[in-house]
Design a protein around this ligand. Sequence first.
Ligand code: HEC
Length: 226
Amino acid sequence: MKKRTLYAALFGILLVPALAFTFGGWAVITVDDLPDYIVAGKATDIGFVIRQHGVSPLSGISPRVTMKAGDAEVSAMARPVGDKGHYLASLTVPRGGDYSVRIQSGFGSSENTLLPVHAIAAGAQPPRPLAEPDRGHRLFFAKGCVTCHVRGSEGMDGIKAGPDLTGRRYPPDYVAKFLADPDKSPLSKSNTTMARMPKLDLKDHEIASLVAFINSEGPMVGDVRR
Ligand code: HEC
């Protein structure tokens, strides 16, 4: 291959991921705590951290949270609370139903729409606890994984910075360690992109749910221990 052609080829290969990571304002929105259900007529606090490129907490922006079920819709601005890049909005849904939760960061067009959260009427029986993989599925959205990863038909409009997780399973202890601290984990050696998996300060029980969800389909990824 001639030198110039080689440069062109290298340029082509390297430019795409580099551009994806330096160009434009994208951020990962990670919700603090995701309840299994909420109660109509009672204020629900929704706290979250916004990290530019999944890494640097972003201050000085004005995020908005909107919850919607049919024609019932409530919306509120979030205010900065606590650590840098952490925001909180308080919303009260008017009646029971399955509410989509949309968080617009106010930073570029970055936003995150969570899987619907179930609201019960005040005084109604609490629903049965969610199964672990279902809770993990909801966290996959709420923690912002879906911004970077595709899994099946989900995450297709994200930035696809991480590997496609469709049909992948991992040794549970191993992937749990990876999610707790991606940089320290040997799983990172499987990195074939220029991007890093960010540390999202996940709690142990959230990691357990996420692992149950990730491992709920497909054959085990065999060579991740190397
Ligand atoms: C900012 C983008 C980004 C976000 C957000 C993100 N990841 Fe990743 N993820 C990556 C990248 C990049 C890699 C590959 C790098 C590596 O292996 O170190 C990766 C690797 C992984 C892997 C290992 C894949 C493999 O086959 O090696 C798993 C599992 C994973 N991520 C799950 C998650 C989960 C669960 C979340 C949400 C809690 C999440 N990721 C959030 C970018 C992201």
